[in-house]
Design a protein around this ligand. Structure first.
Ligand code: CMP
Length: 150
């Protein structure tokens, strides 16, 4: 059990523009995850290339960078027990048309590119991703009033 693990989440431009930010944050909070940092921002080309550097050279890399920089995103750090695998399970398969109903992509996405949300897939990815969007001072510690119930 990885206590208080952190994960980096991006509500992608399609999620933001479809007014799904609140719904997505609500679903993650309902699970028991804790908001730790959050900002609304336009991703620069440099940030996008760094964030998606593992995909550099793949046929979809150019479109991926163009898409994530096309409109703002909501960047979030959430924290909780096994947060990386918990969030990946809630998010569902990469391709929205194949993601299981009940997952975020399964319920709201039908595309592999416009798939609503990004979430770190490993601790290594989280360590690479979070400093692209946040600095240490953005990370805020607090406890929800009902935290002992989770
Ligand atoms: P994300 O979780 O943001 O991480 C990388 C993204 O690349 C992924 O979501 C998809 O949106 C996108 N992606 C992965 N595989 C493909 C593919 N075969 N074609 C187009 N986009 C892809």
């Amino acid at each position: 059990m990885l206590l208080n693990q952190k994960t980096l989440i991006l509500i992608k431009p399609d999620g933001l523009k479809r007014r799904l930010s609140g719904t997505i944050i609500q679903r993650l909070e309902n699970k028991g995850l804790r908001l730790t940092a959050m900002r609304l921002l336009k991703v620069s080309d440099e940030m996008a290339r760094k964030h998606y550097s593992v995909h550099e050279g793949k046929p979809f890399f150019k479109d991926l960078v163009e898409y994530i920089t096309s409109d703002p995103v909501v960047a979030i750090i959430m924290e909780g027990n096994n947060a990386i695998s918990v969030v990946r399970n809630l998010v569902g398969a990469t391709d929205g048309s194949k993601a299981s109903p009940g997952t975020i992509r399964g319920d709201y996405a039908i595309s592999i590119e416009k798939n609503i949300i990004h979430a770190s897939d490993s601790e290594e990815s989280y360590n690479h991703e979070w400093p692209i969007f946040f600095s240490q001072k953005d990370i805020v510690a607090f406890t929800y009033g009902d935290e002992q119930l989770f």
